[in-house]
Ligand binder design. Sequence first.
Ligand code: CMP
Length: 145
Amino acid sequence: PMEQTVAVIKPDAVGTKDEIIDRIHESGFRIAAQKETNLTRELAEEFYAEHKGKEYYDDLVEHMTSGPTYIMVLSREDAVQGWRQVIGPTDPEKAKEENPDSLRAAYGKNILQNAVHGSSTAEHADVTVKKIFGDLKFAPDGTVI
Ligand code: CMP
C-alpha cells in the first residue's frame, strides 16, 4: 500500500534543492505536497520534541530556524523506510562509509547540518503532515485528493 513520509530539505541544503528533488523522483517518490517555509522556533521545537534534552537540541532548533526549509510530503510504497534509505545515516561521515550514494553522503556538511530529514515512523509523518499542510486526503496513487 501507498504510504506517506515527510521530507525536509534543511537550511544548509536548500541551495541544492533541485538536485535533491531529482533524486526524489528517481527513487520513485511522488511529491504530493510541498512548501518552502521559515520554521518558527515554536514549530521547530515541536517538530523535534523527541530530541528535547539532548546536548545538541538548542543547536538543532537554531539551525532549523536559521533560514528557509523546503518541506515535502512524499508518497510511495514503503515511503518511510524507503526515504530513510535514500537519505542515509544521520552523520554524513558515517553515510560516506555505509551508504555513499545517499543524500547525506553527498550534501551533508556535518552531523547537525546534514542536508535532509525524514520521518522516523508513519505515525510521526501523519502528525507532521497535519501540522504543516492541514488535513490532506490521499488517493491510492499517492496524490492529494
Ligand atoms: P534529523 O534526522 O533531522 O533528526 C534529528 C537531528 O538532530 C539530526 O537530523 C541532526 O540534524 C541533529 N543531530 C542528531 N545527532 C546529533 C549530534 N550528535 N550532534 C549534533 N546534531 C545532531
